[in-house]
Design a protein around this ligand. Sequence first.
Ligand SMILES: Nc1ncnc2c1ncn2[C@@H]1O[C@H](COP(=O)(O)OP(=O)(O)OP(=O)(O)O)[C@@H](O)[C@H]1O
Ligand SMILES: [Mg+2]
Length: 228
Amino acid sequence: MSSIIKTECLGKDYTLPKGVLRVFEGIDFELEGGELVAVMGISGVGKTTLLNLLGILDKPTEGKIFIDGEEILSKSEREKAEIRNRKIGFVFQFYHLLPEFTTLENVSFPLLIRGVEKKEAQRKAYEILSEVSLEEKAPLRPSYLSGGEQQRVAIARALVNEPKLLLADEPTGNLDWESGKKILELIRDLHQKKGLSSVIVTHNEKIAQFCRKVYLMENRKMKLLPHL
Ligand SMILES: Nc1ncnc2c1ncn2[C@@H]1O[C@H](COP(=O)(O)OP(=O)(O)OP(=O)(O)O)[C@@H](O)[C@H]1O
Ligand SMILES: [Mg+2]
């Protein structure tokens, strides 16, 4: 099977006021089409940093990234933005919803950016909002929503474009087990019906067990865990 995302010897440093922080190095990761994998690891180990690199939101210090077989880092900013919009759905750890806009508008944006007509974008946004049980919140701004509701809006926004690749940073971190499970079932359904591939960062072992493979980040490396 071909890989949707692949890294070669990926390494990331952050430059700090005093010296350099090496977050990880030598990461060879491969996600095959249709796979659902979890990434675990203690706070501060580099999970968000890795996801940001996989989602082309930040640049590695060394190594290569291939998406659908295409080398990404040599592309222009414009090409990278297009690949992001077309292929990747991203759920941020802290949601990053736009506060000035309603739930419906937040979820519609990825479609509008892609050139979908407004009415059709809103219809699709409603449809995915109802999948996460939030259609009633469509006219409200994020500040009127609870943390878990905002998290579900962020998930709806990531999925509305029917991405090939979902990168989700603690997508159920603020949800009770039942609501979190519903989201995971929605994601798993999209794997089966639409061939979605996903990387999910989580601290929760129960959630990790939902995934086919579980990776652990530790001591600047990432390793595949034996089945939990
Ligand atoms: N922009 C940045 N500049 C400098 N250092 C950073 C930056 N972002 C993260 N770091 C550092 O890099 C390390 C990894 O951070 P990261 O956010 O990837 O961790 P994480 O595994 O996602 O943690 P958590 O589970 O708490 O979300 C941490 O030591 C953090 O302090
Ligand atoms: Mg994080």
